[in-house]
Design a protein around this ligand. Structure first.
Ligand code: FES
Ligand code: FES
Length: 183
């Protein structure tokens, strides 16, 4: 037998000879030993309960546990606005809000909205990649509820904490103005 053939034979031999015994032993994962506290909050009108460590952010829970993918991760530092949701009616950065701070709160995301602004954004072709739009929409809806007739400067001020990397700011503002014009 040549050297290579010998090597091939040696490589194959352990499985051929069933040299690895079957082990029917239950091996629990490390995570199953960790007790995580539970938190409750209302999400878009539905009561939710999640288990999470105390340093888990609302954004992690929404995306990873509850499948709410409209809430986006951008900077993680309250600087881009991609993660903005409403907590008890107020704009909140889900990237820094910890889930334990949201206990018994009411969380709203764009999935729970039916607002004329959503149609206006489509009509103005405001979204390019759309990454920023969920957060901007939530902030703009809050702004319009507080002041139904803002001027352009007030709109710009309200959206100052939102970054649109595609540069679609003007089309987004036009969409908001379209809603204002309709009353
Ligand atoms: S991801 Fe929250 S502000 Fe940027
Ligand atoms: S549309 Fe792409 S980031 Fe705003």
């Amino acid at each position: 037998m040549t050297g290579l053939a010998t090597l091939f034979r040696q490589t194959k031999s352990p499985t051929n000879k069933k040299s690895f015994p079957k082990r029917d032993i239950f091996i629990p994962t490390a995570l199953s030993f960790i007790h995580m506290p539970e938190y409750r909050f209302n999400l878009n009108g539905e009561n939710k309960q999640v288990s999470a460590s105390s340093n888990t952010t609302l954004l992690q829970v929404l995306r990873n546990e509850l499948g709410v993918f409209s809430v986006r991760y951008g900077c993680g530092k309250e600087q881009c606005g991609a993660c903005v949701v409403l907590r008890d009616g107020k704009s909140t950065h889900a990237c820094t809000a910890l889930v334990h701070e949201c206990q018994d709160s009411s969380i709203s995301t764009i999935e729970g909205q039916q607002h004329p602004l959503q149609q206006a954004l489509i009509a103005e072709n405001a979204g390019q990649c759309g990454y920023c739009l969920s957060g901007i929409t939530m902030t703009a809806i809050t702004m319009l509820e507080e002041n139904p007739n803002p001027d352009r400067k007030q709109i710009q001020e309200a959206l100052a904490g939102h970054l649109c990397r595609c540069g679609a700011h003007n089309r987004i503002i036009k969409a908001i103005e379209r809603v204002i014009a309709r009353g």
